[in-house]
Design a protein around this ligand. Structure first.
Ligand SMILES: CC(=O)N[C@H]1[C@@H](OP(=O)(O)OP(=O)(O)OC[C@H]2O[C@@H](n3ccc(=O)[nH]c3=O)[C@H](O)[C@@H]2O)O[C@H](CO)[C@@H](O)[C@@H]1O
Ligand SMILES: C=C(OP(=O)(O)O)C(=O)O
Length: 433
């Protein structure tokens, strides 16, 4: 198993390029099941989640070709009606298969996704939405069994306890585009990745209005056609590199960072005193070398609020800023697995209900730490960049779900970061030994 070793304390400099968004790409791949014609998808990040999704589509009967490292062509001439547990359990986003499978095949059996370390992740809103389209929904032996033989457009309200649902909105959209009649989704998620999916679907012949709003209207069509589509840039990857600049007091330029999708994040970090330059619509420069930072309170919320997927990485920065910062999770109230590991590096953070109370300003020191999930992995690596000595991050397969070549990109900016085999790790530091 690989580990990442970081020798902290280096300034970074230069330019880093952001890839396509994982959270746009995964529903977009599943949307390819909606047509028998080829769909070419560009700007696809090279991530383990994307490769899992490609394997799943192949096992469901699609022809999946990788034309170059970031371009895929998917042709779903036939589609199986069952997505079994051994496929679905590997990746939670495979829940997005339900909508397209039932819309195309009129029936589907999709294994319920497993639990997740960031907290409970129910799919009740997805199922409620499908039943509002007159889809039969049953849960049996760990599978969602969908009967789409009498589906028709309907009114779907997707508001839940924590706001809307991103993949739930994607599922209902993908179901509705091939369902006869008019569907209205209220309290739809308006994340840029949902907008990207809508754009792909429209380019395939879907009729969708209200894209990017909380009220989306869909007029079902009989069939969709192939398309050639480029996935939007990953705002979470972009935010992570901006934080890498901030935490190392460095001046770096992030190409592919679209300020229009990152307003709450940029606003909050500006409040903390960080200096950004919006170079153009897809480039942001962070002047961490010029900033004198202050503590801030952060509340994660659905878009356009502060994204939960940047919460862990932001905690790493706030741990170093003198003063009291409070970070409150309104999307996943238990998403704080990174906190004890940051504590092992010297951070003073306590959890109170859905909040992390950060007494910032204590210096961090390198330690062997354990990645529990995707964004926690990134947070620990960022902390390692600012810590004295060596940090060893284990279980970095979580990182590979969502960051393409994170270690190499950081190294190209001047960080001392290396991906090594755990056999190269001092035995007394390894938990795998
Ligand atoms: C592949 C993908 O795009 N993943 C993203 C997506 O996950 P995902 O789409 O799974 O997240 P949701 O937007 O569905 O979840 C938001 C909140 O709603 C709750 N909920 C959700 C569905 C449901 O049926 N019932 C319910 O109660 C969840 O438990 C959570 O508390 O959005 C999250 C919130 O921005 C991000 O952290 C994930 O990176
Ligand atoms: C939680 C995330 O992803 P997923 O929904 O795929 O688990 C994430 O990208 O931070």
């Amino acid at each position: 198993m690989d580990v990442v070793r970081i020798r902290g304390g280096r300034r970074l400099a230069g330019t880093v390029e952001i890839g396509g968004a994982k959270n746009a790409c995964l529903p977009i791949f599943s949307a390819c099941l909606l047509t028998a014609e080829p769909v070419t998808i560009r700007n696809v990040p090279d991530l383990s989640d994307v490769r899992f999704m490609a394997d799943i589509l192949e096992r469901l009967g699609a022809t999946v070709e990788r034309l170059d490292p970031h371009t895929w062509r998917i042709t779903a001439a036939q589609v199986a009606t069952r997505a079994p547990y051994d496929l679905v359990r590997k990746m939670r986003a495979s829940v997005c298969l339900m909508g397209p499978m039932v819309a195309r095949m009129k029936r589907a059996e999709v294994s319920l996704p497993g639990g997740c370390v960031i907290g409970p992740r129910p799919i009740d809103l997805h199922l409620k939405g499908l039943s509002k389209l007159n889809c039969g929904v049953e849960i049996e032996a760990g599978y969602v069994k969908l009967d789409g033989s009498r589906m028709r457009g309907g009114e779907v309200f997707l508001g839940g306890r924590h706001g809307s649902t991103v993949t739930g909105t994607a599922n209902i959209l993908m179901a509705a585009v091939l369902t006869p009649g008019r569907t209205r989704i209220d309290s739809a998620a308006c994340e840029p990745e949902v907008v990207d999916l809508c754009r792909l679907l429209i380019s395939m012949g879907a009729k969708i209005e209200g894209v990017g709003s909380h009220a989306i209207h869909i007029e079902g069509v009989e069939a969709l056609h192939g398309a050639d589509y480029s996935v939007l840039h990953d705002r979470i990857e972009a935010g992570t590199y901006l934080l890498a600049g901030a935490i190392t007091h460095s001046d770096i330029t992030v190409k592919g960072a679209q300020a229009e999708h990152m307003a709450a994040f940029l606003d909050k970090l500006s409040e903390a005193g960080l200096v950004f330059e919006i170079v153009d619509a897809a480039t942001i420069r962070v002047r961490g070398d010029q900033s004198d930072l202050r503590p801030v309170d952060v509340i994660t919320l659905p878009h356009p609020g502060f994204p939960t997927d940047l919460q862990a990485q932001t905690c790493a920065l706030l741990a170093l800023i003198p003063g009291l910062s409070i970070v409150t999770e309104r999307v996943y109230p238990n998403r704080f697995m990174h906190v004890p590991e940051l504590g092992r590096m010297g951070a003073d953070i306590s959890i109170e209900g859905p909040s992390a109370v950060i007494k910032g300003g204590r210096p961090l020191s390198g330690a062997p730490v354990m990645a529990s999930d995707l964004r926690a992995s990134a947070a620990l690596i960022l902390a390692g960049l600012a810590a004295s000595g060596e940090t060893w991050v284990q279980r970095i397969y979580h990182l590979d779900r969502g960051y393409e070549k994170f270690d190499e990109k950081l190294a190209s900016l001047g960080a001392d970061v290396a991906r090594l085999s755990d056999t190269e790790m001092p035995k007394d530091l390894s938990v795998e030994a």
